[in-house]
Ligand binder design. Structure first.
Ligand code: SF4
Length: 95
């Protein structure tokens, strides 16, 4: 029974934490990464980056994600199928 209560607490905690994110980025509910380990998007290894980019490649909200990342000047991680350096290049090009 205790494990069930802990699982419910974890679910409730995740919903509470996710609420502001979904308010800011409602498209995130459709993202290919919604159940993925967020660490791979900020991965230190090439393999993690490759896994994150593979999810982005099939993500139905990729353009929304990239638009958000560019507008918010997200400096770290993989967003919208781009790396940090790729976003910097895009921002320089459109400046
Ligand atoms: S484009 Fe990539 S980072 Fe953005 S929501 Fe989709 S899978 Fe996640």
């Amino acid at each position: 029974m205790e494990w069930a209560m802990n699982a419910m607490d974890d679910t409730l905690e995740m919903e509470i934490l996710a609420a502001p994110i979904l308010e800011e980025r409602p498209w995130a509910v459709f993202s290919a990464c919604r159940d993925a380990d967020p660490d791979i998007f900020f991965g230190a290894t090439k393999e993690e980056t490759k896994q994150a980019l593979a999810l982005c490649a099939v993500c139905p909200v990729r353009s929304d994600c990239l638009e958000h990342a560019l507008e918010a000047r997200e400096r770290f991680g993989i967003w919208g199928g781009t790396t940090e350096s790729e976003r910097r290049k895009i921002l320089r090009r459109i400046a």
